[in-house]
Design a protein around this ligand. Structure first.
Ligand code: ADE
Ligand code: ZN
Length: 326
């Protein structure tokens, strides 16, 4: 069986996905039109041509601008439903997705509008497509602690729907320590914690995420390889890293997929997983991410199977559900 068919056929889980990062240009134009909002670009092609990034911040500027057209509950529903249908075609069985409430509440959209639209689509995805899910509310780290606390307060009313809290956006200059108290309160309220760390930022930020935010997974974590003591800690405790190969390529975290550290990390006994991050912006969903590294790094079917199993292992599914896949 070809490597393409093998990757397509194997049931997969996605653990690092920003729902706002699944906003395909075609849907963006459709929603902009029905909401009477003008997009800076006049055609889908023109918009897609703008997707050339030299770093994380250049991407974030375009990503936040795109999210501006999302106004109504059904916009958030359509966004999420469209993503679920895409990954259903790719044999993804379980998703743990981020949403960024502040991206929307700061523009006057209510927290309820955002989460209800997303959640209804996730429920429909479970019922109609058989995709199980968890929802993670992510704080924007370029904003201040007070704003994160306000967001946490808003999320408390939807505790039943939200499994965890995360930390994303501009990493350098916004260390995890900035949010130590928000994360402590989040844990007290029963949320699991994760954080983006070591994508562009230093290994020190990964230590902080572990020690100050008590995270159960590190999102990205590429820079851990700069610090062998940190690698030892992550390996010994089997703290999962949610890697995003195409994102790393597009944001110039790596210059070529052949240089992607995933195999090096597996060799160091790190629990690494493959994810798409912001697939509409980085040129691929789950299968494209797996295929990208499989080809660039000449991965065997055994290695791909191990990566897939890692994802189910690192997920927040109960053991009885995990066992179906590992
Ligand atoms: N928000 C969306 N994608 C992100 C990424 N790759 N890093 C940090 N924040 C993000
Ligand atoms: Zn991310």
């Amino acid at each position: 069986m070809s490597i393409e068919k093998f990757i397509e056929g194997i049931p997969k889980a996605e653990l690092h996905l920003h729902i706002e990062g699944t906003f395909e240009p075609e849907l963006m134009f459709e929603i902009a039109k029905r909401n009477n909002i003008k997009i800076k670009y006049s055609t889908v092609t023109e918009l897609k041509n703008a997707y050339k990034f030299n770093n994380l911040q250049e991407f974030l500027d375009i990503y936040y601008a795109g999210a501006n057209v999302l106004i109504h509950e059904n916009d958030f529903y359509d966004l999420t439903w469209s993503y679920l249908n895409k990954v259903h075609e790719q044999n993804v069985k379980h998703v743990e997705i981020f949403f960024d409430p502040q991206t929307h509440t700061d523009r006057g959209i209510s927290f309820d509008t955002v989460i209800t639209g997303i959640y209804k689509a996730l429920e429909d995805g479970k019922e109609k497509l058989g995709i199980t899910f968890r929802l993670i509310m992510s704080f924007l780290r370029h904003l201040d602690e007070a704003s994160a606390f306000k967001t946490l307060e808003q999320g408390l009313a939807y505790k039943k729907w939200i499994s965890g809290v995360g930390l994303d956006s501009s990493e350098i200059g916004n260390p995890p320590s900035k949010f130590e108290r928000v994360f402590a309160k989040s844990i007290e309220e029963g949320f699991i914690t994760v954080a983006h760390a070591g994508e562009e930022g230093p290994a020190e930020y990964i230590w902080e995420a572990l020690d100050l935010l008590n995270v159960k997974r590190i999102d990205h974590g590429n820079r851990c390889l700069d610090d062998h003591k940190l690698v030892d800690r992550l390996a010994t405790q089997q703290i999962p890293l949610t890697l995003c190969p195409l994102s790393n390529l597009e944001l110039k975290v790596v210059t070529d997929l052949k240089d992607h550290p995933i195999v090096k990390m597996m060799d160091k006994n790190l629990l690494v997983t493959v994810n798409s991050d912001d697939p509409a912006y980085f040129g691929g969903y789950m299968n494209e991410n797996y295929l990208g590294i499989a080809k660039a790094l000449n991965l065997s079917k055994r290695q791909i199977t191990e990566l897939v199993k890692n994802s189910f292992n690192a997920s927040w599914l109960p053991d009885t559900e995990k066992e179906k896949y590992i």
